[in-house]
Design a protein around this ligand. Sequence first.
Ligand SMILES: [Zn+2]
Length: 598
Amino acid sequence: MYYSEEIIEEVRSRNDIVDIISGYVALKKQGNNYFGICPFHNEKSPSFSVNRRGQFFHCFGCGKGGNVFTFVCEYENFSFPEAVKFLADRSGIALPEVEMTPEMKKHAGEKQKLMEIQKEAATFYYYQLRNGSGSTGLEYFKNDRKLSDETMKKFGLGYSLKYTDAMYRYLKEKGYEDELIQKSGLCDYSEKYGFNDKFINRVMFPIFDIHDKVIAFGGRVMGDGKPKYLNSPETPIFNKSRTVYGLNFARTSRKDRIIMCEGYMDVIAMHQGGFTEACASLGTAFTYEQANLIKRYSKNIYLAYDSDGAGTAAALKNIKILHECGLGCRVIDLKPCKDPDEFLKTYGPEEFEKRIENAINGFMFEIGKLREEYPPGNPDDETNFQKETAKKLCRYKDELERDNYLKAVCREYGIQEKLMEDYVRKVSSAMELKGDEDKDDTAVTGLKSGRKEAPSADDAIKNAQRAFLTFIVEDPPLYLKLKDYISVTDFTDPLYCKVAGIMFEEIESDGFNPGAIISSFPETDDQRLVAEIFSTKVGNIEGDSQKNQTIKDLIIKIRDNAISDYQLKNATDGNAIMKTIKDRKALDEFKHKELNLY
Ligand SMILES: [Zn+2]
């Protein structure tokens, strides 16, 4: 970790999780918990819970969970140290200089070197564009794309030579080792050919992070080579799905809007035309991370996509992703031009500004496209059109919002409001019963982490271990009454074992603190699982005798598994055999014992 445990704990304890999360999500108190609509998946009824006493959150729908750090990391797309900084600033805690372990220093050193390499490469490409051998590239930018020197400079545009190892030789000359050059993504290595440049005879677009540092490149081929556009592969400093091209400039544009385009050239043309709020996702469709990233800078999103079929398809897909991340958007009509570049060249920035003003609401755009699929006139098409529209309206969980869209659609397409209202209500409750909201969407299913697989014997054991811990979370002193029958080593699942270890120790010393326990797990996946332990409801167990029995059964299951596990691992050890026999006997005695916990 970057910061000491003490400072992390101080930051955590000074930022109440309910206060922080209610800045993002409307929460309602319900019993001991607060509930709201989950910001991480699309839902209509609140299954996102926040626990003030334990200082953790958990979503019963998508399974996300953790403490206050996990939340801001996920929501704001922060790294852990960024989250600590953000929350420390918020609560007026001065952070000390970072403390790094040798391992971290090595890792950080490598990242820093990779950043240096990208910078060197950018300088090299930039130089090549302006000197003899880069003339094809320069002509392309100047004559075909009409870019000014100023624009080319701002975006650091360059050119990669026709030689197959120009970059490799350049980086070697600068003293970088092969291993690092390979990791930079600028050169490929094969046994047969050795090192070869990744980018050959292409105009080069440096890709910046939001702090204006070059982290990767995109290249467009000169001539007919394939592929036309090529990006750097992912590297330790380049995560494609978390990077938005041009956002480093757009975020400081001082206009409260972001215009999303399809590619580098669109973004650059837009900036040259004065629209410095333009940026692009790398690839046609947004990722959730990218949507959450731009959300940090503006909630007014415009799409300036190509007016062809592919552009429309990308727009439709992204409207949905943006909606799922809580963002509305508007679609800019570029017809009769095919893209923003052509539009600006033909009609100029003032006309473009008018198109922005007249941009159509993303949802209405979707319905418009649906209408094209089912043109008016034929009753069957009309029915299908209205049915599909109703389904789309169900996406809005807020009644007021849904009603407004419903009215707008009905007005626009001459549909009877009352009819539509009734139908939407019917579809909506049917969808809720089936529990599938937009089943077709793989992006959303991806979030749901496959928790519907059939349970195996292994799962049964894990479930027992988790359920036991959940009982203890609900009533920590219970552990003191049970500690003679069960111990940390009985938890064969490594994660649960670690949680049990910390929990039991804390309960003994009277300082049980779920939010702090979550901090000791660096991986968000683990944080999610730990938060799940803390918030699992222990079924509908009525009456003390039933509770006693349930806990007894859990202990038997966990102990029985632990003994078998131990036996298996120490099969040839004489002492272990003796221990196993003893443990089995003790477990048998326990089975006949009456537990009186309540
Ligand atoms: Zn959720």
